[in-house]
Design a protein around this ligand. Sequence first.
Ligand code: B12
Length: 224
Amino acid sequence: MQANEIFESMTESVLDGDAEGAAQLAELALKAGIDPLVAIDKGFLPGVTEIGDAFGAGVAFLPELVMAGAAMKEAVSVLEPVMIERGATREQLGTVVLATVRGDIHDIGKSLVGTMMSAHGFRVVDVGVDVAPDLIVQTVRDVDADIVGLSALLTTTMPAQGETIGALDAAGLRSRVKVMIGGAPVTAEYAEEVGADAYGEDAVSTVATARRLLGLAGNGEPVR
Ligand code: B12
């Protein structure tokens, strides 16, 4: 199979909610020497984007969204160890606490950000989904985090990013930790509005942004 055919089949597997097929295609891509991130971007992401748009337009329904999400997750779990291995490094650039904010259970994007950050030398503490501000504050304190990354995929949960920043402030931690926010509906303007230090558009640019926030040299290329 040519790379383009693999990408098309990947998109189809997500649209069909075929988790097993998605995982097999992820393995096939690795064997064919396709970069895991390229497989995600060109193969699987177009599938979730299409189903998300169809859901938004009322022509796809929740079970399809659930199955597409599960297929994407399965594929990412095959690609993830390779992404981490490729960026493998002993150097510790800093500790990042990641969470999807209260009320929101979307975790694919946040986990991808975590994978890329681990691969590039950050210690990642992923607190999970639907995380209340207090737990994020507590974790930042417990692990002495340098950066907090907050994900929100719903317009209704974006305000919880701002609330979490407020909770960090109230706990006296805001000046000690940098805050990055992201998620499909989030913008750089919104990040500024709620007092975040940066907005991360995707997992790759987030690494470079995190380095910049910590005053580290380099452009986010894997450290070897
Ligand atoms: C898969 C999916 C689901 C799955 C999630 C599975 C999972 N384990 O995550 C399930 C089925 C559970 C789900 C549920 C719901 N969903 Co949903 N879902 C999606 C879908 C199709 C894809 C999301 C995704 O994984 N994208 C792929 C990842 C890789 O991209 P990403 O998340 O954007 O992340 C990238 C960047 O944004 C960024 N990023 C993300 N997080 C962070 C964090 C930081 C710190 C940084 C720096 C960067 C960053 O980097 C990531 C990697 O490049 C989107 C559509 C879409 N186009 O976004 C709808 C979508 C987000 N869902 C939507 C809705 C409405 C819901 C439900 C409310 C449906 C319902 N009626 O129950 C529930 C909400 C449940 C809840 N309380 O959270 C709407 C939101 C609309 C809105 N205006 O708010 C969308 C946009 C679909 C639509 N068009 O209507 N969903």
